[in-house]
Design a protein around this ligand. Structure first.
Ligand SMILES: [Zn+2]
Length: 295
């Protein structure tokens, strides 16, 4: 551990004065954040909200990974980028944003495509938390395997229509992503979505970022995850949530029904829905000791 991680500098004490004044937030809590090394997969809309919160709250180190460059059509939601950065790599754009917002946070941004051949080199297994904002379930599946293998905290979060969802997972203490989202490779489902332009705006993304990082704060304070899945809806109008529900595992649907929650292609209620999670005993990724045997 670096010596400077053991205390807050005068600059940091002044910067974080208002949050250090909160009844449930101490200098010790701030130092826990400062010692944290977070890896964020993707530097798009969801990551803008999440990284922004991490920078403002004062996390120690962020490693962010994205292969893309900034486009004008990103800028209705990806607020860490701006018009001057169109054509620039999202990694470089993030570095500029982060330096201006909070130079106390160490930010490493990499322009890398993550797949089976690059993931072991791309992600440091010593990272404390992986926040997966990839927009394809198949890519998330790969990251989930990595997190389970190395027993790393894994935040699954995303938005669909004007709804958002988040859960902080920590296998083997909690289910893994594969226990909950089981249909990664359904060809007909994936095919129809690959050609679509997803409708998306900043509002559910902003809410998702706050609820997600609140889960991290709860974990830092208690040392364990809440083991809850949160689904939030901003409006009580018809929201098309097919892109989420089509991929749910049988286990996820079963525990949802047991708790009175029924998922369909359309969601019409407003506010938060909470689901207590459990592991799928038949999960091929975390449901046996295949990784433990190797380690
Ligand atoms: Zn699992």
């Amino acid at each position: 551990m670096n010596q400077e991680d053991l205390f807050l500098s005068a600059d940091e004490k002044e910067r974080y004065l208002r949050q250090l004044s909160m009844a449930d937030w101490s200098e010790e809590d701030q130092l826990k954040l400062k010692k944290l090394h977070v890896t964020v997969m993707g530097i798009g809309g969801a990551a803008s909200s999440i990284i922004n919160n991490l920078l403002l709250l004062g996390v120690g180190k962020i490693v962010a990974i994205d292969q893309d460059t900034v486009e004008l059509s990103n800028l209705n939601r990806q607020f860490i980028h701006n018009v001057d950065h169109i054509g620039m790599s999202k990694a470089e754009s993030l570095k500029i944003y982060a330096r201006r917002l909070n130079p106390n946070v160490k930010v490493i941004a990499k322009q890398v495509k993550i797949d089976e051949t690059t993931i072991d080199e791309g992600i440091d297994p010593e990272t404390d938390l992986i926040i997966d904002t990839f927009d394809k379930w198949a890519s998330r599946s790969l990251v989930n395997r990595f997190a389970v293998k190395h027993k790393i905290l894994y935040l699954m979060a995303g938005v669909v229509s004007n709804c958002f969802y988040t859960a902080l997972l920590h296998s083997p203490h909690t289910p893994c992503l594969n226990c909950l989202i089981g249909r990664f490779q359904g060809p007909s489902v994936v095919g129809s979505f690959q050609t679509a332009i997803f409708a998306i705006n900043i509002l559910p993304i902003a809410a998702m970022g706050a609820f997600s990082i609140a889960e991290l704060i709860k974990y830092l304070k208690t040392g364990e995850t809440t083991n809850q899945f949160y689904f939030g809806s901003l409006y009580n109008t018809k929201q098309d949530i097919r892109f989420f529900t089509l991929f749910l595992s049988k286990h996820f649907k079963k525990i949802s029904e047991e708790q009175g929650i029924r998922w369909g292609p359309i969601w019409e209620s407003e506010g938060m829905t909470k689901l207590k999670l459990s592991k799928d005993p038949a999960c091929p990724i975390c449901g046996n000791s295949q990784f433990d045997e190797k380690n």
